[in-house]
Design a protein around this ligand. Structure first.
Ligand code: URA
Length: 496
């Protein structure tokens, strides 16, 4: 028996195989194994030479099918120590048979071929897992930001998969460390280095939180398939995946969350409480008192519907009624209402001219001693209540809407809106009005931590309201509307 030790890499095997093939060395007389030394020393007498390639003729004078080279590249990454021998056996058969067995690789029941195909499949699967489960941690070195990941693949695939990461994360510097090898990308060049222990990679960083938040938000408790989870995300990789630390808690909470999901799915929708076709504002206001589309009605005194002229050209949308509004059954009659009224007066708008309403119609609160403390409604609660707001806007058909604070802005402009960055911006062509503008909520002004911040936020709030008023007055002076500056008597008021 002749021992053939090669560096465990496709190119090394290819060189050795070409030589052996040229010598006429039959596979049965060879024992292949991985060596850590360069192969030239271990194959005395064999000098490196161009070997079997996609285009080039092999030493034995035949062309190797492309498919074989592709297969061999994958199989070379497999951890099975016998892979070199199996590859050489199939190569030998392809060469021996030359014209005789051109379809050998298609013969999937042939033992030699089947073994290679299974190895190829395992490597492909492992590569797919590596692409999905590598998690980078951010560190800083002398050259700046660097992302480092430690991963333990089943096979020796780091070199095979590294180009995927270079393409995907081409602008960052990163390193992927595995026990068998490491890949390093400096933004322009990929280098393959030796294997490294897990301790060489950093443990925690702020990206972990991001992954965990993401995973918790996409986790669907109604779709738990533990077997599939383990197959798709093998337990072996869990140690390096920050999100997997959430799994036990998420699984424990899952039955409760499923119950909540079922309950929400069974709960009636706001529309189920609507009066029949083309409802007027008063009939909507009455119907809203019966709404059970979210649990907020349980603790509220009553639903607080919008108020103001059905022909209003401007609608102001707040978040939800507060303590005083809940008791009075009218929007903006407490401290926030006072701030709002003063600011409106400053820009020449009378409260009676505009329609005032809220994104959520019931007061959400929690007890704090004898007080009822305001709680921000969730996105789900705002979504459940949105049909009421939409019905009000459909009845009024205002020329403009001003959203006061982020709950209202998100309900009408989408979840991405940020008041601190986008306040005062005019969003045109919305389904509810030709334009919408968002600004601070008046309560936010009252909560500002110091006087100078409060003064600045108030200045911005008034400036945004002034902008809205001037735009509306501008369209009046262009002859678009009727008698009052902010009440559109020229527009029909459907159902009012
Ligand atoms: N805050 C709001 O958003 N709406 C009100 O009606 C009162 C306070």
């Amino acid at each position: 028996m002749r021992r053939i030790e090669i560096e465990p890499a496709f190119e090394s095997w290819r060189r050795a195989a070409r030589r052996l093939l040229a010598e006429g060395a039959a596979p049965d007389g060879l024992v292949w194994s991985d060596a850590l030394e360069p192969e030239q020393e271990l194959l005395p007498g064999l000098s490196p030479a161009p070997v079997v390639g996609e285009e080039e003729p092999a030493a034995a004078g035949f062309r190797v099918p492309r498919r074989f080279v592709e297969l061999a590249r994958a199989v070379a990454c497999h951890r099975d120590p016998d892979r070199w021998g199996h590859l050489y056996r199939v190569l030998w058969r392809l060469g021996r048979l030359r014209q005789g067995e051109p379809g050998l690789l298609e013969d999937e029941v042939d033992d030699d071929v089947r073994r290679l195909l299974l190895m190829e499949k395992a490597v492909r699967r492992d590569s797919h897992k590596m692409k999905a489960f590598v998690r980078f941690r951010q560190v800083c070195d002398e050259a700046g930001e660097l992302y480092v990941a430690w991963h333990r693949p089943d096979h020796r695939i780091v070199e095979r998969v590294a180009p995927f990461f270079a393409e995907r994360f081409g602008v960052q510097r990163w390193s992927i460390l595995t026990p068998d090898g490491s890949a390093h990308w400096d933004g322009g060049e990929l280098r393959i280095g030796p294997g490294l222990p897990r301790a060489a990679a950093p443990e925690e960083d702020q990206l972990e939180d991001l992954w965990r938040t993401y995973y918790a938000s996409i986790f669907n408790p109604a779709r738990i398939k533990l077997k599939a989870m383990r197959a798709e995300m093998p337990v072996r990789h869990w140690a390096t995946l920050p999100e997997t630390r959430l799994i036990p808690d998420l699984l424990q909470a899952a039955p409760g969350r499923v119950e909540a999901m079922i309950e929400a799915a069974q709960r009636p929708q706001a529309r189920d409480y609507f009066p029949p076709a083309n409802p007027s504002l008063p009939s909507l206001a009455t119907a809203a008192q019966t709404c059970r589309a979210c649990p907020l009605f349980e603790k509220a005194t009553q639903a607080v519907f919008g108020e103001g002229p059905a022909q209003a050209r401007l609608v102001l949308v707040g978040e939800q009624p507060g303590d005083q509004e809940d008791l009075a059954g009218r929007p903006f009659v407490g401290p926030a209402g006072q701030v709002l009224e003063e600011a409106l007066a400053e820009v020449g708008i009378a409260r009676e001219e505009v329609y005032l309403t809220n994104a959520v119609k019931h007061f959400k609160w929690e007890p704090r001693g004898k007080r009822r403390l305001h709680q921000t409604p969730t996105l789900g609660e705002a979504a459940a209540c949105r049909p009421w707001l939409e019905a009000e806007l459909a009845a009024i058909r205002p020329e403009a809407i001003v959203c006061l604070g982020s709950t209202a802005a998100r309900a009408l402009l989408g979840g991405q809106i940020r008041i601190s960055r986008q306040r005062g911006e005019v969003f045109e062509g919305t389904p509810w009005a030709p334009w919408v503008l968002a600004t601070w909520h008046p309560s936010a002004l009252l909560r500002m931590p110091d006087e100078s911040l409060q003064a600045e936020a108030r200045r911005q709030f008034v400036a945004d309201l002034r902008k809205a008023a001037e735009r509306l007055r501008g369209s009046v002076s262009q002859g678009r509307t009727g008698a009052s500056a902010l009440t559109n008597t020229a527009l029909p008021s459907p159902g009012a």
